[in-house]
Design a protein around this ligand. Structure first.
Ligand code: MBD
Ligand code: FE
Length: 282
């Protein structure tokens, strides 16, 4: 499928922009000892060998797979592909030792260094930003139930068309991104717009695999957060809307029942959503 043939919105170039963001992210160099490389690389290869034997994979299929792997690299979609199809298991392993609020995958669209905002703030948005106005409130506490003041809530989310600033073209830098700092009671109140569900770009190799396999390309609407405070273990997570489409079939398998927002019943005004975060000591 090409962009012009598709009637669904596509985030042209979002997948490859994610490669650029990954390369420029400050990351600690990890020296992996040879025994560990041996053990894990061997297991990965054994899994591939097993799939080939079990499914009688042919030479033409092997060559098609090789071509596709080259396309993913050349299209810059490895961060997109790996975060959609693999990261959830890495998070599952990390979660084995984690207390407090559940984590979820970071995904490919985080950008550090966003504007610091007071506890009660609107995320940067375009004049007349399209979508349902959203007010997201809550409290940051520690596992003992005491408020955590000056916690940073590093928030980012898609717009009403499902696009992320910094990745899809034509959106101002920093749109719907910000670092909100909790007050003395641990409270925060973030004004934004409700994000739309996210569709994996259909015009790249990741989208082509999804179409070729007959899968769907959707993630439920979500807010991304990194919550951090000095002395506490940082939580990277996502929050979802109750009853949201794709909540039970997220292509990235990154939903958890504990990560659904509480929507406050209301007659009019903005959509009001609540969530409290619990941090454990680092
Ligand atoms: C997203 O918005 C996202 O959160 C993930 C995990 C993968 C692709 C797009
Ligand atoms: Fe996302």
């Amino acid at each position: 499928m090409t962009t012009t043939e598709s009637d669904a919105p596509t985030a042209a170039g979002s997948g490859s922009s994610a490669s650029q963001a990954f390369r420029t992210a400050a990351r600690e160099a990890t020296a992996v000892p040879p025994e560990r490389v041996d053990e894990v690389a061997r297991a990965v290869l054994a899994g591939v060998h097993q799939a080939i034997r079990e499914h009688d994979v042919t030479y033409p299929e092997f060559q098609a797979a090789k071509q596709w792997l080259m396309d993913v690299g050349e299209g810059g979609e490895w961060p997109l592909f790996l975060d959609v199809f693999v990261e959830h298991v890495v998070e599952e392993v990390a979660a084995r030792t984690q207390d407090g609020t559940k984590g979820s995958i970071q995904g490919p669209y985080y950008l550090p260094g966003q504007a610091k905002l007071p506890w009660q703030a609107a995320l940067p948005m375009r004049p007349g930003e399209k979508g349902t106005p959203l007010v997201f409130t809550g409290q940051v506490r520690d596992v003992a139930g005491d408020p955590v003041a000056a916690a940073e809530l590093d928030v980012w989310h898609a717009d009403d068309d499902g696009y992320y600033s910094g990745f899809a073209p034509g959106i101002p830098d920093g749109n719907l991104r910000g670092v909100v700092v909790s007050n003395g009671h641990g409270w925060f109140e973030i004004t934004s717009v409700r994000p739309a569900p996210y569709q994996i770009p259909t015009d790249g190799p990741t989208g082509k695999l999804i179409a070729a396999a007959g899968w769907h390309a959707w993630r439920p609407a979500h807010l991304h957060l990194i919550v951090r405070a000095p002395g506490y273990r940082t939580i990277t997570t996502q929050l979802y809307f109750p009853g949201g489409e794709w909540l039970d079939s997220d292509v990235a398998e990154a939903t958890k029942p504990e990560l659904v927002l509480d929507l406050r019943p209301q007659e009019d005004g903005p959509l009001r959503a609540e969530y409290d975060f619990v941090l454990e000591r680092a």
